[in-house]
Design a protein around this ligand. Structure first.
Ligand code: PHE
Length: 458
């Protein structure tokens, strides 16, 4: 990876880290996960985990990067040499997860691209709003070739950006768009919160009913915390390596976590009032965002234009995430095979990922009969990667921080001598990292396994 200079501008760094955290995970994935897990109680568990294990791990990943000054594979390799413990496996696990996630993420990015083109097409229609109202993701999901084509276009663009080595510029530009995107979300939110279903939604979201949680809920919450904060992929390790000397890692971690969690809450507040007002929109389906938004936008004038800009921002945010993921894979491939040129490494990685994309792209058509515990291929990939492997990679990060860094390394990087409370926070952070993260991850995996077992038995 071309070594980037550390950030001269603190604000630019924040935008970049927040840009990596906020994206499809918040707007597309989070609302249907909350729907699937019964609302309020899940939301509470999620916010708690985000601010405890999410924050603790984010600080840990930034710390690994800041300490080693390199990406995850290189960091784990150097640490493995020094400690004689095979940490490199954890590094490879992160790289593998990044590649596999990009394969299925590209399909979802293809959905966003499809909607973007549909908004453009609807501008040319005589009755734009009627066109919007009949948009449905169901047709697209049944068309494997179209999904594959859209995912390929998205992936190709990602590869071009990485081959040309212009990801720094792209990330920066996209991160500047973030505030615009935030304003769009807030405008939409004001509209959706004035719908008459809002009181019902607020009850659903803010009156926790713990009986609605199921065996998979804890694992879902853990997995989503990791996914949305980009933990376990090694992305935050790389960001940590760019951070300037003076910056206080816990403050950085806290700000990114709070903003990301806040945006996730805004997302459910935005989507649910719309979904509640139509019986046709399933709360628990990955199509939730794509069904709800066009419906709503079709109800007011200028909705098409608004939707176009909104989906463009969403797609750019997703492109940014995809670039980050492919960059991780490419950089690590070059480290392993120094004879590979950047263009060759990115093309090989992109082609391999594209081949994997075939499975999620055709999961509702060619492979529609392939069900694993009742889930389609795309759902299984999502569950396996995000709820299963990502938390394991997160444990790897915990092990690295706790064994490879000395107590002095950690406390020097954590404690701000001018701030007394940071000393207290440090001891809490260590407890979270050492006890809370591993036990919650293990319980999440165990409960999910029990859930699968019970489902199979019935
Ligand atoms: N955190 C991003 C989201 O919420 C997804 C992502 C994961 C981005 C890993 C980069 C790396 O959409």
């Amino acid at each position: 990876m071309p070594k980037r200079s550390s950030f001269k501008n603190r604000f630019a760094f924040y935008l970049l880290a927040i840009g990596s955290a906020c994206g499809l995970g918040n707007l597309w994935r989070f609302p249907y996960i909350v729907g699937e897990n019964g609302g309020g109680a899940f939301l509470l568990v999620y916010v708690f985990l985000s601010l405890t294990i999410g924050l603790a791990l984010l600080i840990a990943e930034l710390m690994i990067g800041h300490f080693s000054g390199s990406s995850i594979l290189e960091a784990s390799r150097r640490i493995a040499i020094r400690t004689k413990i095979p940490f490199t496996y954890f590094g490879w696990l992160s790289v593998l997860i990044s590649a596999a996630t990009l394969a299925y993420y590209s399909v979802i990015c293809g959905w966003v691209l499809h909607y973007l083109t549909q908004f453009v097409i609807s501008l040319l229609q005589s009755d734009t709003n009627a066109y919007l109202a009949q948009m449905s993701i169901g047709l697209l999901q049944k068309n494997g070739w179209l999904q594959f084509l859209l995912a390929s276009v998205h992936l190709l663009l990602t590869v071009v950006i990485v081959v040309k080595g212009i990801e720094e510029g792209v990330e920066r530009w996209v991160s500047y768009l973030l505030p615009v995107f935030g304003v769009l979300v807030i405008v939409l939110l004001m509209g959706s919160l004035s719908l008459e279903t809002t009181p019902e939604v607020l009850r659903f979201l803010f009156y926790p009913d713990f009986s609605k949680l199921n065996w998979g809920s804890l694992g879902h919450a853990v997995g989503h915390v990791f996914f949305t904060l980009s933990l376990g992929f090694g992305v935050m390790v790389t960001f940590g390596s760019y951070l300037k000397e003076k910056q206080h890692l816990p403050t950085v971690g806290l700000r990114v976590t709070v903003i990301d969690t806040f945006i996730s809450i805004l997302s459910v507040l935005l989507i649910f009032p719309i979904a509640f007002s139509s019986s046709k929109i399933p709360l628990t389906d990955p199509s939730l965002l794509f069904d709800a938004l066009p419906q709503y936008l079709s109800t007011f004038k200028g909705g098409v234009l608004f939707g176009m800009v909104f989906f463009l921002c969403l797609w750019l945010a997703a492109l940014n995430a995809s670039v980050g993921l492919l960059e991780t894979v490419t950089a690590n491939l070059i480290e392993k095979r120094p004879d590979f040129k950047r263009s060759r490494a990115a093309t090989i990685a992109g082609t391999a990922i594209l081949l994997v994309t075939i499975f999620p792209a055709f999961s509702q058509s060619l492979f529609k009969d392939v069900k694993i515990s009742g889930h389609s291929i795309i759902e299984t990939l999502d569950l396996f990667l995000i709820n299963g492997l990502l938390p394991v990679a997160g444990i790897g990060m915990v092990v690295i921080v706790l064994t490879a860094l000395t107590e002095k390394d950690r406390s020097d990087l954590f404690i701000d001598p001018m701030n007394l409370t940071s000393r207290i926070m440090y001891s809490h952070w260590k407890i979270f990292l050492k006890w809370l993260v591993p036990s919650v991850v293990v319980l999440g995996l165990l409960f999910q396994a029990i859930g699968f077992f019970l489902k199979y038995r019935n």
